[in-house]
Structures are given as C-alpha cells and as structure tokens.
Design a protein around this ligand. Structure first.
Ligand code: KE4
Length: 432
C-alpha cells in the first residue's frame, strides 16, 4: 500500500511559490532522485514523522547532527533551560567557554577555537586564517570534497590537475577560484608533484579526512601521511574539514581514528546538536592571528549564542559520558554487511564503504576511491532504490553522492526492518 503524501505535496507546492526550488537548501530538493520531497513534522529518537502521519527510520539525522537521534531528552532540556534566560546577547556568555572547553578537550590539535554559525562559515574562515598566517594565496582542495558554499571552494577541476580551478556556479568571479588547485583524492603522486612545483606558494590544503560528500570515501593511510609530510616540508597549513566527521566517527573525530594530526580543524553539525553551530580551531600560533587578537578579521552576530551553545554542550556531554561509538560501529557493520548480502542476492553490482556510523551503498562494480570512481555509479538504480526504501519507511540521503548515518538510538528491530525493506527494494531495482 503506497504511502499517502497529500499534505506534503500541498505544502511543498506552496513552498515553491515562496522559496527558490521550495527549499532552503538544495540538498533536500530530491533533485538527484526525482519526485517531491517529504515535508516533515517532527522527529523522535531514530524516527521522523511527516505531515501525512507516515513514520520513517531516519538515516540522515538532519545531514549529520542527530547522532543521538531526535529530541534527546538531555539536549531538549538544556535548550529549554537556556532559552528561558534569553536567546542571544551579543556579549560573552559562559556557555561559550563550556563548549570551547569540550572541543579543546576532545580534539588535542585544537588549542584555540572560534565558534561560528555554520560549516561554511567555519571553512571560509579557516582558509582566510591560513592565508593570513602564511602570507600565501594558493589553496588545494580535492574533487568530490564539499566544504560548504564558499566562493573559493565552489570549483571544479580545471582541465589538468595542475591548472587552476574554474567556478562551478554562476556568480563567482574567476578571481575567487583562480588560486584554487583541485586535485584527485587518494592520489599521492599528484600531491607530490604539485607541492614540488608550487609548495612555497600554497597557503593550505583542505580536505574531508573521510569523505561524505561524494558518498562515503575512505582515505588511503599513505595519502594522509603524504599530506602531512608535504605540508610540513612546505609550511602549508593542513586543514581537516570535520564538519561531518567531527564527533561522528569518534569523540575526537576522524583525526583520532586515522592517526594524522592537522594544523586546523573545522567543525559543525553534531557540534550544535541540531542548532546552527560551526567552529574552526587549531594550533595556537595560527589561531592567534584571528581578530581581535590578531589581524585576520572574522565576525558573526549570533556566533556563540547561548541557546545553540547549550544544545552543543548537552550533545557532547552525552557523547562523552555514554561513548556510543563501539555500538555505532557494531550496528553499522552489521547493517552494511546485510545490505551487501542483499545486493549480492539480487545480482546488483555494488560497493558499500563504511567507517563508524557513516556508510554509502554505491551502485558501482568498482571500488570508489575518488570522484571519477564515484560518478561512474548507476544513479538510475540509486534513484529507484531510494524511492523503494522511502515507500517502506526508510529515509536515506536523497543522492548517491551523500553519506548515510546510523544514530545511537537505533535498535536491532530497526536494523532488521531496514534489511527487510532493502531486500524488497533491491529486488525491485534488479527487475528494472
Ligand atoms: P553547512 O554550511 O551546511 O553547515 O556546512 C557545510 C559543510 C562543510 N563541510 C562538510 C564536510 C559538509 O558536509 C558540509 C555540509 N554538508 C551537506 C551535506 N553533505 C549539508 C546538507 C545541505 O547542504 O543541506
């Protein structure tokens, strides 16, 4: 029996008359899978409920923040306590110290940290600081990594890896991207070449230490070690964009699992527990260049506002006290091996990279190690799989090139239900 989506369709039709594309962020628009986005009313634990009363098992968690599931009682209580005192003062408040202290305690490479309001603000600011600290202009990023809608990072690879990037969106002057080099993820030779030829001009390298934004792609150890070495040799700043992986893959983020230490780290998503918080931080000598301590300017009206701080503090405290990571690893391992068995059972070529509670089912017959591998995935099969799962109450990321997230409140029954739905969904895909 197909789900009823009448209210979703009605509300989304109205949204399209008011908001570009009917969404406040394109990732939600179902552009990659077709159909009409489901309008959600509320969340509770591992579940979302839409405006038509349908229940979904949520494997997005608002694109990462809800590692504790929706409406965790300690988070909601902390938000109520904070909001009863006011929403924002534009003045220092102690809660900013508390969240900063939790971040510095969790991630030893961060000696000073600045709160902002989104992951985009965090990466934009970190790059500016790296350029200010080094006095250099060139930045290096990797195809397939997304760091928010920062002008200098919305760039696709030029014809060859040594050519500079070209804007991948209208409205970005060439001047914003002509100091951005776009390389191939997991390609050590290319990295060595670029640094050999231009290392003394490079301000920073920014990457997702585990990629979520081309689907889940796991770095080769040698790649991260090479990154660390060439940055040490050249004086370039190594920035780990942990907006997605921070507090997701471990309490200390990807860097605590992968054994490579960056000079700066950007954070977001889980850091705010579902409220708008981003942050950037790192080595004291670098962060001391940030205004008003140093000359590199960065500011924000609502940065560090007490309600968002309270939400982030409660979230990190629960993570620190309960350490859900071993359970998350086990559950996600169990789920992804089950999904792989189902895909194999139905004769569907697939890859399913997974680390911690991040995973992606690629409809691809080859391992996915970089952007060129990822884009060879069968997005038609993915779109069919997405809708078959949605209609069975399983809410996945609406693009082949996104990560899915398990939450700490999933039960074995939830996982069994997911596999049952996947068996039926993949049978339908195989019959296409
Ligand atoms: P925000 O500005 O959306 O808070 O963060 C940007 C960002 C930076 N770095 C990484 C590694 C990120 O994954 C993101 C945002 N991620 C996307 C989903 N993959 C957010 C979803 C959306 O754009 O609506």
């Amino acid at each position: 029996m197909p789900l009823i989506h009448d209210r979703s369709h009605e509300i989304f039709a109205k949204a399209q008359t008011l908001i570009p594309g009917g969404v406040n962020s394109p990732a939600r628009a179902f552009g990659a899978v077709g159909g009409t986005p489901v309008v959600m009313l509320r969340g509770d634990g591992p579940y979302l409920y839409d405006v038509d009363g349908n229940q979904y098992l949520d494997y997005i968690g608002s694109w990462g923040p809800h590692i504790l599931g929706h409406r965790h009682p300690q988070v909601i209580e902390a938000i109520h306590r904070a909001v009863d005192l006011g929403t924002s003062f534009g003045a220092p408040c102690e809660l900013e110290n508390e969240l900063a202290e939790l971040v510095i305690d969790a991630i030893p490479s961060i000696e000073l940290v600045r709160m902002v309001n989104s992951g985009t603000e965090a990466t934009m600011s970190a790059i500016r600081v790296a350029r200010g600290f080094t006095g250099r202009d060139l930045i290096v990023k990797f195809a397939g990594c997304y760091h928010g809608h920062v002008d200098s990072l919305l760039v696709k690879a030029g014809s060859g890896a040594l050519t500079l990037g070209t804007p991948s969106s209208p409205g970005i002057p060439a001047g914003c991207t002509d100091a951005t080099l776009v390389l191939e993820y997991n390609d050590c030779d290319q990295l060595e070449t670029v640094f050999r030829e231009r290392g003394d001009q490079i301000a920073c390298v920014i990457l997702e230490p585990v990629v979520g934004n081309m689907g889940t792609v796991i770095p080769d150890t040698e790649f991260l070690q090479t990154l660390r070495r060439v940055c040490d040799e050249s004086g370039a700043v190594l920035i780990f964009d942990e907006v997605m992986t921070g507090f997701r893959l471990a309490y200390g983020g990807a860097q605590s699992r992968l054994g490579v230490t960056p000079d700066m780290t950007t954070l977001g998503k889980i850091l705010g527990g579902g409220l708008p918080v981003g942050a950037y931080g790192g080595r004291r000598d670098i962060m001391q260049t940030v205004s008003p301590l140093g000359p590199v300017y960065q500011a924000g009206t609502l940065s560090g506002n007490p309600v968002a701080m309270a939400s982030g503090i409660a979230t990190l405290r629960v993570l620190k006290e309960t350490n859900p990571y071993p359970q998350l690893d086990d559950y996600t391992n169990w789920l992804t091996s089950g999904l792989s068995s189902m895909a194999a059972k139905h004769g569907i070529p697939h890859q399913i990279p997974q680390i911690g509670s991040m995973f992606t089912l690629f409809f691809n017959d080859q391992p996915v190690r970089n952007y060129n591998d990822a884009v060879r995935s069968n997005t038609k099969q993915f779109a069919a799989y997405f809708h078959e799962m949605l209609e069975r109450g399983i809410y996945l990321a609406c693009s082949q090139f996104e990560a899915n997230f398990a939450s700490a409140v999933l039960t074995q029954d939830d996982l069994n239900r997911t596999l049952q739905a996947a068996d039926e969904a993949l049978a339908a895909v195989a019959a296409l």
